[in-house]
Write a protein that binds this ligand. Sequence first.
Ligand code: UD1
Length: 420
Amino acid sequence: MDKFIIQGGHKLHGEVTISGAKNALLALMPASLLAKGKYVFSNAPKLGDISTMSKLLETMGVETSHKNSELSLDTTNLNKYEAPYEHVKKMRASIYVLGPLLSRYGYAKVSLPGGCAWGPRPVNLHIEGMRKLGAEINLEEGYIIASAKRLVGTKIVFDVSSVGATGNILMAAVLAKGTTVIENAALEPEITALAKFLNTMGAKISGIGTTHLEIEGVDDLKPCSVSTIPDRIEAATFLCAVAISGGEVVLKNVLPEHFSAVLTKLEECGVAFLLKDDTIKITSDGKIQPVNVTTSVFPGFPTDVQAQWIALMTKSSGTAYIEDKIYLDRFTHVAELVRLGADITMKDNVAIVKGVKTLKGAKVMSTDLRASASLILAGLAGEGTTEVLRVYHLDRGYDAIEKKLQKLGAKIERVAGKEF
Ligand code: UD1
């Protein structure tokens, strides 16, 4: 239960290297269950959710090793097909093991994820999709118990675009008998990265990068290695940090086409960019125009940047409306930002943010990852000292965020403790 202590009011300057994408690697790792053998994922971020996924895979007999930014998995001795509650309750992405275990071994027992700080997050699309592929599924004592001799290709039309369900069904369908069609598939870059990885393993997926995916089932796949795509949400978080603090920073290892909606909105705020190869230079004088956003599926504005955007708008020169259409209750950061002096009112799933001249340091804490990131941004821009408690939420999804910020000139330090 560490905390961060931030002295606000310092401009950011220098270079920062963006890590590999958490949400991409969280899908690639379970894909390794589809074929026994050795896998190496380079550009693998060191963060809590990745180690939770590693621990979950270890309970199944997978050997893991994460040195620097290279994550190795050896699935040769896989011998258990279960994701226990202890792991799933820590991280919902654990449900990604359902598809690969079911299609490769004909059986999976996966704890049902509960609700989370953003309200209910159902997994009905995952379950209905597996049923359509021919699996028998029972829900017993909080577990999804799925079995099938061999899954059979079918047509699946999602009524909601879901990253997780698209990934899970893809991993199930690659070894099914016959062809599966997914309509309204998620377009997020992490799903595209997964589909490409599966094809490198020997799968036959076409339509990658569109909402219409066709998967011709194959009998076998082989292990392979890949570099993880850059984390677009970490990149967007650093862009918002520079925008609100002022300064000039070069982000390295980025794919701007993965966060063009965020760049467009930042430009409307008055922030300048220079894109070159896989880098982006951002320059900000810290003066922010108010800009409304509505979250939507890729390539729209990501819900995973909604909290950071609200933090940015707390210092704008007017009023901005931020609507989350993906997760209607994902606003736990609002009350904490108000503790820092922000002027925010909620109307259903819309935050109405009136920019204030100054935010003032205080103790704050949050109950989720991106919400915690928004508190850091506000702390960087605030007057005086902000303490962000419970930084384990940040450690779930950011690789050494305080060290990267320190290198840019931010005054932020981690204090280890038990009672924060
Ligand atoms: C993933 C990301 C998360 C991001 C979210 C939306 C990972 C590990 N996590 O989560 O950071 O915020 O995408 O971009 O990649 N839904 C259903 N039924 C289902 C599944 C989803 O109704 O079975 C709904 C959800 O409630 C939500 C919407 O679909 O409103 C999108 O959720 P989804 O894309 O599935 O999110 P995750 O994959 O859980």
